[in-house]
Design a protein around this ligand. Structure first.
Ligand code: NAD
Length: 326
C-alpha cells in the first residue's frame, strides 16, 4: 500500500509518519510505503523525519503545483492531507498564503485524487471551523461558522473535500480535531512558545484576560485517531476528535509555569488577538463509539514529557526561534 502524506515535515504530519513507521517495525509487516510531499515552509523541518528509512520517500514540492501533485498522486493508493498554513496570528497579518495553500492546494490534491481514482483521501481539518462555542460542544452536524482567516480557509477546504465526495463519489473522510501539544511543534504556538521562553529565562505573553478556552490533545493521540479514520472510517463521514481537557489560557499557563518551576512574575498580559474566539469544544462521541477511539495520554504527564523534550532538544528549536520576530 502506497500512502501520500502531505505536510509531514511539520508538527502533526511528522508525528503521523513516525507512528506509521514505528508500527511497521513492531508488527514487522504491513507498514505502508510512505511518500511525504512538503515544500518546507518556515514551519517544516527535515529534522522531523527519518530520511534514512527506506520505506520513506521525501519530495520537496508545493501542493499547489499541479504537475508534482499529479505525479505523486498517480502512484499513491491513499492520501492523508496535513499540509496547511496553520498559525492564526499569521492569517490575521495576511490571509493570502492561507487561501493559496489551504484552499487551492487542497483543490489541486482533490482533482488529482479524482483523476487517478485514489482509494481514500483523509482531510485533516480542525475544531476551529465551527467557530466560537459559548457553551456545549459542536457535533459533526453543526454548521461551520469560522471566524479567523485561518479557520475560514480550513472550513473552505473541509467543505470542498466533502463536496468531492458528494459530487464525484470520491472516498473523502474529514477529521476535526482540537488543539494539539507534544514535541516538535513550531515554537510560535502557545505551548512551545511559552516553554522555550521560560527555558530561556524570559517572560511569556498572555492574550487579553487569559480566559479563552481550548481543548487539548497529545499529538500522538490525534495521529492514532487520524489513522483509525483512514483504516476504519466511512466515506464522506466527518469525525470530531477531542482531548477532553478543556483549559482557559490562564489555567494552561499555570501548568506550564509549574512544569518549568516558574511563577506568575514571568507572565506579561498583552492586548488580545483580533477576533479571538472565546471557546472551542467538539463532541467526539462518533469517533469513540464507531471507531473505538480513546486518547491514551494523560495531560499532566504528557505536558511534563513535552517540557522535558524542549529542555533536552534545544538544537531543534533554537534555530527555528531565530526565524521569529523578537
Ligand atoms: P505545521 O504548521 O506544523 O505544519 C504544516 C506543514 O505543511 C509544514 O511542514 C509546511 O512546510 C507544510 N506546508 C505548508 N504549505 C505547504 C504547501 N503549499 N505545500 C506543501 N507543504 C506545505 O502544522 P500542524 O500543526 O502540523 O498542522 C497540520 C494540520 O493539522 C493542518 O492542516 C492543521 O490545520 C491541522 N490541525 C492542527 C491542529 C494543531 O493544534 N496544530 C489542530 C487541529 C488540526
Amino acid at each position: 500500500m502506497k500512502l501520500l502524506v502531505t505536510g509531514a515535515a511539520g508538527f502533526i504530519g511528522s508525528a503521523y509518519v513516525r507512528m506509521l513507521l514505528a508500527a511497521g517495525t513492531s508488527r514487522g509487516d504491513d507498514v505502508p510505503r510512505v511518500t511525504v510531499l512538503d515544500n518546507l515552509t518556515y514551519a517544516g523541518s527535515l529534522d522531523n523525519l527519518d530520511l534514512a528509512d527506506p520505506r520513506l520517500t521525501f519530495v520537496r514540492g508545493d501542493i499547489c503545483d499541479a504537475r508534482v501533485v499529479d505525479r505523486l498522486v498517480g502512484s499513491a493508493d491513499q492520501i492523508v492531507h496535513f499540509a496547511a498554513e496553520s498559525h492564526v496570528d499569521r492569517s490575521i497579518d495576511s490571509a493570502e498564503a492561507f487561501v493559496r495553500t489551504n484552499v487551492t492546494g487542497t483543490q489541486t490534491l482533490l482533482d488529482a485524487a479524482l483523476r487517478h481514482g485514489v482509494d481514500r483521501f483523509v482531510h485533516v481539518s480542525t475544531d476551529e471551523v465551527y467557530g466560537s462555542v459559548e457553551s456545549g460542544s459542536s457535533s459533526e452536524h453543526d454548521a461551520l461558522d469560522p471566524n479567523s482567516p485561518y479557520a475560514a480557509s480550513k472550513a473552505a477546504s473541509d467543505l470542498l473535500a466533502l463536496s468531492y465526495h458528494r459530487t464525484h463519489g470520491l472516498d473523502v473522510r474529514v477529521t476535526r480535531c482540537c488543539n494539539n501539544y507534544g514535541p516538535r511543534q513550531f515554537p510560535e504556538k502557545i505551548i512551545p512558545l511559552f516553554l522555550t521562553r521560560l527555558l530561556d529565562g524570559g517572560d511569556v505573553p498572555l492574550y487579553g484576560d487569559g480566559l479563552n478556552r481550548r481543548d487539548w490533545l497529545h499529538v500522538e493521540d490525534h495521529c492514532r485517531a487520524v489513522d483509525l479514520v483512514r483504516t476504519a472510517g466511512a466515506p464522506g463521514r466527518v469525525y470530531n476528535i477531542s482531548g477532553g481537557i478543556e483549559l482557559s489560557n490562564r489555567e494552561l499557563t499555570e501548568h506550564l509555569l509549574d512544569a518549568c518551576g516558574a511563577d506568575w512574575g514571568r507572565v506579561r498580559y498583552v492586548p488580545d488577538r483580533k477576533g479571538h474566539d472565546r471557546r472551542y469544544s467538539v463532541d467526539d462521541s462518533r469517533v469513540r463509539t464507531e471507531l473505538g477511539y480513546r486518547p491514551r495520554h494523560d495531560f499532566t504527564s504528557g505536558l511534563d514529557a513535552t517540557f522535558a523534550w524542549y529542555r533536552d532538544n534545544r538544537e531543534w528549536w533554537e534555530p527555528l526561534k531565530r526565524r521569529l520576530p523578537a
